[in-house]
Ligand binder design. Structure first.
Ligand SMILES: *Cc1c(COP(=O)(O)O)cnc(C)c1O
Length: 379
C-alpha cells in the first residue's frame, strides 16, 4: 500500500545525518530540532501556532481538553472514519454523536450535522477523510450560528488546500478553531515512529494547550491544570524537518498517480472513482484540494469482497477503509442510533476499496493494478 523504504532511499543521506546529529547533541526531548520543526510547520501551514505532540490521537484529545469540553457535552463527528476520532471523545466522557457521510466525498454530511445539533452540542469534528477537506464553509457557518467549536481531524489531509467561498485558500487543519494531525509513518507527512501536532490561530488556546501537553505546567513544577505527557521527540522532529520541504512534491506525486488511476477507470461501469469537490468542478487536473492519503474506489456491483480476494491472489496490496461503521462497533454502539440514519455509511462499508497510493508508484504499477481491477469487476 505504501513504499516507505523507496521514499527513504531517496532521502537517506539527509535523514541519516539529521538523526546522527541528534544522537550527538543528546537533546532528545524538547530540543532545538522540535522547536525548529514547529516554526517551519507554522510557516508552511500559514497558522500562528503549531504544538507538536506524541501522536494524532493525543492531538485530538488535547485539542478537546484545551477547549474545556466537559463530560456530557455532545460532540458530533462522522460515522465513517478511523476509531481514534470517536475514541478520544468517549475517553473524555464527552458524548459522541455519530452522523452519516456524503457518498461522493466520504466526508461528514452537513445536513446530518445540522439535524444532530441539540442544546448540549459543543463541538463538531470533521475528518478530512482520505485527503480532501470536508465542507468547511458550511461547517464554520453552522458553528457560528450555534456557537460551537470546530476541531479538524486533519490526520489524512496535511498539505491539502481549501478554497473558501470568499476565494481565500487555507491549508487543511487551519480553518476551524483548532486542528490536529498525525505523523504516523504511513501518513502523507510521516516520521519514523509516532508523532502528531495541534494547530490553532488562537493565542489563548495555544497557551493552554502548550501547558496541557506538558503535565499542565506553565511554570516549572506548577501544575495549573490536569495535563498529559505528550511530546514529539527530537529524532522524529529531525525526520519531519527533512521531509517537510518535500511535502508539496509528495502531495503532487500522489495527485499524479490518482489522475492516472482515474483516467484508467474512466467510463467503466460499476467502478466509482474519487470525486473532488472544492472549487475544481470535480475534474481536479490542476487543483490542489486533494492530497490522496488514500485512493478509494467504490465497487457498485456487489463484487467488492470478491475483488479483494482477487487482488490478494494477485499479490496486489489493497485496503478496506473502513469495513465497519463506528455506530456498529461494540465500544461505540448506542441504542439511540437508528440504522436508517446511516444509509451512506452502511453502503460504503460494502463498496469501498483503496488501491496502493504513495510517492513512488510508477506507470507500470498503476496500469497493472487498474487493468487487474477492471478485468475482474467488469470482465
Ligand atoms: C491516523 C489517524 C488518527 C490517529 O493518528 P495516530 O498518530 O495514529 O494516533 C486519527 N484520525 C484519523 C482520521 C487518522 O487517520
Amino acid at each position: 500500500m505504501v513504499d516507505l523504504n523507496g521514499q527513504y532511499q531517496s532521502i537517506k543521506e539527509r535523514i541519516n545525518s539529521s538523526i546522527l546529529s541528534i544522537l550527538d547533541s543528546s537533546a532528545f526531548i524538547n530540543g532545538p530540532e522540535v522547536h525548529a520543526f514547529q516554526n517551519e510547520l507554522e510557516e508552511y501551514l500559514g497558522v500562528k501556532h503549531v504544538i507538536p505532540c506524541a501522536n494524532g490521537t493525543d492531538a485530538l484529545q488535547i485539542a478537546m481538553m484545551g477547549l474545556g469540553l466537559q463530560p456530557g457535552d455532545e460532540v458530533i463527528t462522522a460515522d465513517f472514519t478511523f476509531a481514534a476520532t470517536v475514541e478520544v471523545i468517549a475517553l473524555l466522557q464527552l458524548t459522541p454523536v455519530l452522523v452519516d457521510v456524503d457518498e461522493d466525498t466520504f466526508n461528514i454530511d452537513i445536513t446530518a450535522v445540522e439535524q444532530a445539533i441539540t442544546p448540549r452540542t459543543k463541538a463538531i469534528v470533521p475528518v478530512h477523510l482520505f485527503g480532501q477537506c470536508a465542507n468547511m464553509d458550511a461547517l464554520m457557518a453552522l458553528a457560528k450560528k450555534h456557537n460551537l467549536y470546530v476541531i479538524e481531524d486533519n490526520a489524512q489531509a496535511i498539505g491539502a488546500n481549501y478554497t473558501g467561498a470568499n476565494g481565500n485558500k487555507q491549508k487543511a487543519g487551519t480553518i476551524g478553531h483548532v486542528g490536529s494531525t498525525s505523523f504516523f509513518p504511513s501518513k502523507n507527512l510521516g516520521c519514523y515512529g509516532d508523532g502528531g501536532a495541534i494547530f490553532t490561530n488562537d493565542d489563548t488556546l495555544a497557551h493552554t494547550i502548550r501547558g496541557i501537553v506538558n503535565h499542565g505546567m506553565y511554570e516549572r513544577y506548577h501544575h495549573d491544570v490536569v495535563g498529559v505527557n505528550s511530546r514529539l521527540d527530537s529524532i522524529q522532529a529531525a525526520v519531519l524537518r527533512a521531509k517537510l520541504p518535500l511535502l508539496d512534491s509528495y502531495c503532487e506525486a500522489r495527485r499524479i498517480a490518482a489522475r492516472k488511476y482515474s483516467k484508467a477507470f474512466k467510463g467503466q461501469p460499476n467502478i466509482a472513482v474519487p470525486v473532488t469537490v472544492n472549487n475544481c468542478d470535480g475534474i481536479c487536473d490542476t487543483c490542489d484540494c486533494h492530497v490522496f492519503h488514500q485512493y478509494t474506489l467504490r465497487i457498485t456491483n456487489g463484487k467488492r469482497d470478491a475483488l479483494a480476494q482477487h487482488l490478494n491472489d494477485k499479490q496486489i496490496p489493497f485496503g478496506v477503509y473502513y469495513p465497519i461503521p463506528l455506530h456498529k462497533q461494540k465500544a461505540y454502539a448506542e441504542v439511540r442510533y437508528n440504522e436508517t440514519d446511516f444509509p451512506v455509511t452502511n453502503q460504503l462499508v460494502n463498496e469501498v476499496i483503496s488501491l496502493p497510493m504513495h510517492t513512488e508508484l510508477d506507470d507500470e504499477q498503476i496500469s497493472y493494478i487498474s487493468h487487474t481491477v477492471i478485468g475482474f469487476v467488469n470482465g
